[in-house]
Design a protein around this ligand. Structure first.
Ligand code: ATP
Ligand code: MG
Length: 332
């Protein structure tokens, strides 16, 4: 278990983490979400005592990190896949970690096998691809067989097979009763992996809730209907006190009434339905909705194709480096 109490980090006048209080529990995968610069990596560094809090505390199974007798056997972490000596082979990198932490040598081969790097164990890690580096970082996290695992964007650079593998790995680790805390910007992946979510924006806690509740609370769910006799269906719904909205493409959308009830109502009036589908927003939509106001770094959107050539013709990058409103203002 990881417990944060009023955790705060200030860099100069930048409040990177602002009074975070939450608990990461064992037995489930907890996703850690937030826009770029929200303070996720800073929080994780403070959990591992790599950065000291300006205020507040982090307890790892009831202890401060520096009080842990065998830190690598208690917490395994992948924060930065590049944080290793590039001149060392994958095997030697892990062996150094094992020997300096009282972990048996045999464990090195085991974790190399687990992450699929056995065939390149003797190769220097500086020649590794991004995905291979991530795998080696994950091997380091698993080395001490820890009860708590922390991964900062672990699927970054992994191929589809690798993403699938790490999803199952995390779920398995959690099902063994371990605490698994993972940040990611890949919402579709997070939706499949995490059971619980901690969401932050500009350093502050925005949500600490189950995945299902997060989506339900931060997005609209409704039922979509399509019928050849739309007007009759609207009358029947209105007669039952149900408000429906007609969309541009001729569908009806109904909030707050279950699909089953709508289907039964239509059947009772012998109305044919071509569609009756409950619509639940995705994690991505719910995340965008919740964090809209705390996104610090907005990209400019690209000008529509055919919207006119940039000043001077050709595909020049506008002053300031980005497409969008700025360029149009300056170019007109
Ligand atoms: N060592 C540092 N010195 C000064 N400012 C820092 C330092 N580390 C982080 N920050 C600032 O703290 C804020 C939080 O950064 P952090 O890296 O924790 O965000 P993040 O949520 O991990 O973002 P991302 O999704 O982009 O990885 C940012 O504004 C960042 O610029
Ligand atoms: Mg980060």
């Amino acid at each position: 278990m990881i417990e944060l109490q009023g955790l705060t980090k200030r860099y100069g006048d930048k409040l990177a983490v602002d009074g975070l209080t939450c608990t990461v529990r064992p037995g489930i995968v907890t996703g850690f979400l937030g826009p770029n610069g929200a303070g996720k990596s800073t929080t994780m560094r403070m959990m591992l005592d790599l950065d000291s809090p300006t205020a507040g505390t982090v307890l790892i199974d009831g202890q401060h990190y520096r009080q842990l007798k065998d830190p690598l056997r208690t917490v395994g972490a992948l924060l930065d896949a590049k944080a290793m000596h590039g001149g060392r082979s994958a095997h030697n990198h892990l062996l150094c970690l094992a020997q300096s932490n009282g972990i048996p040598r045999s464990r090195v081969r085991e974790v190399l096998d687990t992450v699929g790097l056995t065939s390149v164990a003797g190769k220097r890690s500086k020649g590794f691809s991004l995905g291979m580096g991530q795998r080696l970082g994950i091997a380091g996290a698993l080395l001490g067989d820890p009860r708590i695992l922390m991964f900062d964007e672990p699927v970054n650079g992994l191929d589809p097979e690798g993403i699938h593998w790490i999803r199952n790995l995390m779920k398995n680790l959690a099902s063994q009763g371990r605490t698994v805390f993972v940040s990611s910007h890949l919402m579709s992946e997070m939706a499949l992996t995490a059971e619980h979510l901690i969401v932050i924006g500009q350093g502050r806690l925005l949500a600490d809730t189950s995945m299902a509740d997060f989506i339900a609370q931060n997005s609209r769910s409704y039922v979509r209907l399509r019928a050849p006799e739309t007007e009759r269906l609207l009358d029947v719904l209105a007669g039952a006190g149900i408000t429906a909205v007609t969309t541009e493409d001729g569908h009806l959308e109904v909030d707050g009434t279950e699909a089953a009830r709508l289907g039964e109502l239509a059947a009772r009036h012998q109305l044919v339905l071509h569609e009756l589908s409950p619509q639940q927003a995705s994690l991505e939509e719910a995340f965008m909705q919740l964090t809209a106001e705390s996104v610090e770094y907005h990209a400019h959107s690209a000008p529509p194709v055919g919207a006119g050539a940039p000043p001077g013709g050709g595909a020049a990058v506008p002053p300031g480096g980005g497409w969008g409103a700025d360029w149009r203002k300056k170019g007109s």
